[in-house]
Design a protein around this ligand. Structure first.
Ligand SMILES: Cc1cc2nc3c(=O)[nH]c(=O)nc-3n(C[C@H](O)[C@H](O)[C@H](O)COP(=O)(O)OP(=O)(O)OC[C@H]3O[C@@H](n4cnc5c(N)ncnc54)[C@H](O)[C@@H]3O)c2cc1C
Length: 434
């Protein structure tokens, strides 16, 4: 039976980084083996960021944690990992392979030239240089603890190891190899698994949005409300699609929406089209229009009014206006005639318009599609993993890292960074046990 000091299961961002960290922190004689079910490593890296790979985000570790991980316990869990192996450590490592990066204005970091495969290839080369034994087309089926050793069984072979690093990822995009094997393995070894659910997924509505709006992008606060009075919301860009909504605000909301649907049943999606105004402020603005510009058609105003209070050119450019294509739908929902002017508007009609502008109905939300999320939420319970070492608190010498763990980051490079950072910690501490 082949034996390794450290055996890593899964060759994604977390597993590859764990292998490199283990090599850097251990003697050259330490045997490190990586088992990957696909024909090569880094499958998800290659498709990430639409093939461009948004590999991390700019900012200090506290900024990364605050922007990227909205749930306090998850940010707390990742704190040590992100501080210990930060975005600059990642970029420095990639630079050793000649990978230069580009920082966008919104903080996202991509490889220069925008090719994800450059990042995947850099890791392939690093693993070769580190003399990590890699075995492909090797799907692990079972991991058992026998005395001091782990016995790891694939469809074809059995391995033994002193330490195992489980880095099998989440459960979305299952065609890339992430079918939840690692979660089943961890459960069998005694871990608690928080049931996976969709995250960073599109929101589909029961009735599709009007075809005329498909492709239209809206800056708004998207709000999803359950019948029981619970709601979740995000400010950001919302993109109409032929089945519902995508764009940063929808993707970011999807995890909360999946939970809300599970707990409360039917949920409805709304958009606050003037998210920077309170209802009273917007009402004052509508009244001002009536007094100062009574002959103006309401729809004309809606096409040009900045959605944020006017603070000069910059604010207008940053927040924009309501998309012209949406205006006829606003008029219809408010039951207003197409050519009505401010002076022709009755008080109840103004109130109706105000209500629609602050809560434009976008339809009832369907169950969020788990497999279509860029990531899945849920996974191995964080309380059962030591955040300083990524070692299991249940099974000694078992390390867990990456998306397999019960955290979920926002869009922007945070998920790859978390996988790299937790992988690094797992590798370093697995090596310390050798
Ligand atoms: C379409 C898409 C776009 C994305 N874009 C971005 C982005 O731009 N920026 C960002 O930060 N994040 C992005 N993500 C998320 C990011 O890719 C993941 O969070 C990250 O890759 C997780 O790394 P991981 O190593 O934990 O898991 P994975 O990268 O999923 O790696 C797990 C590996 O384990 C292997 N494996 C599974 N089971 C077994 C088994 N039984 N035996 C052996 N091997 C096994 C799998 O084949 C896989 O190679 C994107 C995800 C998707 C799907």
């Amino acid at each position: 039976m082949p034996h390794s000091s450290i055996l890593i299961i899964g060759g994604g961002a977390a597993g590859m980084m764990a292998a490199l960290a283990a090599r850097q922190s251990s003697a050259t004689a330490t045997s490190i083996t990586l088992l990957e079910r696909n024909g090569r490593t880094g499958t998800k890296i290659r498709i990430s960021g639409g093939g461009k790979c948004n590999l991390t985000h700019t900012g200090s570790p506290p900024e990364l944690l605050a922007k990227g991980f909205l749930r306090r316990n998850e940010a707390r869990f990742l704190r040590n990992a992100i501080y210990t192996f930060s975005n600059s450590d990642l970029l420095a490592l990639l630079q050793t392979q000649g990978v230069e990066t580009d920082e966008r204005a919104d903080g996202k970091v991509f490889p220069l030239g925008g090719e994800a495969s450059v990042v995947a290839r850099a890791f392939e080369e690093l693993l070769r240089e580190a003399k990590v034994e890699q075995i492909f087309a090797s799907r692990v089926e079972r991991v058992e603890r026998k005395g001091e050793l782990f016995v790891v069984t694939t469809g074809r072979e059995t391995f033994t190891a002193d330490s195992v690093i489980l880095a099998t990822g989440g459960v979305s995009y299952s065609q890339t190899g992430t079918t939840g094997d690692g979660l089943r393995i961890a459960r069998k070894l005694g871990h608690t698994i928080k049931e996976p659910s969709a995250a960073l997924a599109p929101l589909y509505t029961i009735k599709a949005p009007p075809a005329a709006l498909s492709g239209v992008s809206l800056r708004a606060t998207a709000l999803v409300a359950s019948g029981g009075g619970r709601s979740v919301e995000r400010l950001g860009d919302l993109l109409f699609t032929h089945r519902g909504f995508s764009g940063p605000a929808a993707l970011s909301l999807s995890r909360d929406v999946a939970e809300l649907l599970r707990e409360c049943g039917l949920c409805r999606l709304y958009a606050d089209l003037f998210p920077h105004h309170t209802k009273a402020e917007l009402e004052a603005q509508l009244l001002l229009q009536t007094r100062k510009n009574g002959a103006q058609m309401v729809r004309k105003f809606l096409q040009i009014a900045p959605i944020a209070p006017s603070l000069g050119e910059w604010e207008l450019a940053a927040h924009g206006t309501i998309p012209t294509a949406l205006v006829p739908f606003i008029m219809r929902h408010s039951a207003l005639g197409e050519d009505v002017t401010w002076s022709g508007l009755k008080r109840e009609e103004r109130q109706s318009l105000l209500a629609v502008l602050k809560r434009f109905p976008l339809g009832s939300v369907r169950e969020v599609p788990l497999d279509q999320g860029e990531i899945s939420a849920g996974g191995v319970a964080l309380l059962e993993v030591n955040p300083k070492t990524m070692e299991s608190r249940v099974v000694p010498n078992l390390f867990l890292c990456g998306e397999l763990l019960d955290y979920a980051g926002e869009i922007g490079g945070f998920n790859l960074q978390a996988a790299f950072s937790t992988g690094w910690i797992a590798g370093v501490h697995a090596a310390k046990k050798c």
